[in-house]
Design a protein. Structure first.
Length: 127
């Protein structure tokens, strides 16, 4: 299923310094009905956010994962009436923004996500 390139709904810096983006990838599906998809993205610059135990391996990790990694999460709703779309999008965005300070904005979020992402990379059989 192809998605449109999206429309940025929100772009803010969290208390931990990470950037949160919320994107709308909704599209019409039939008559006045919409498939609604909201994507959350948190961009994590690797060199700045490496947990202490991984700093000595920074070059290796950046070579494997790139200069930044992105956490992403998606919420979807299907067959939404066009008249309800703005309210549904706002509700989805509000829920994400309520969660953001305690989860995405937590001081340990970046380190935990980097550890998990690098472990997954290693499990795929990479050095």
């Amino acid at each position: 299923m192809s998605m449109n390139s999206g429309r940025l709904l929100c772009n803010e810096v969290l208390a931990n310094g990470l950037r949160l983006e919320i994107w709308d990838h909704s599209r019409p599906v039939a008559a006045d009905r919409w498939y609604t998809r909201v994507a959350t993205r948190v961009i994590i610059p690797l060199r700045e956010e490496l947990p202490p135990e991984l700093i000595s391996r920074a070059d290796e990790i950046v070579a494997a994962l790139g200069e930044e990694v992105s956490f992403s999460h998606q919420e979807e709703r299907n067959f939404i009436a066009a008249s309800e779309l703005p309210g549904v999008l706002q509700d989805m965005q509000d829920r994400i923004l309520q969660l953001a300070p305690g989860y995405y904005g937590h001081k340990d979020f970046a380190g935990r996500f980097i550890r998990k992402t690098y472990a997954a990379y290693q499990e795929r059989g990479r050095p």
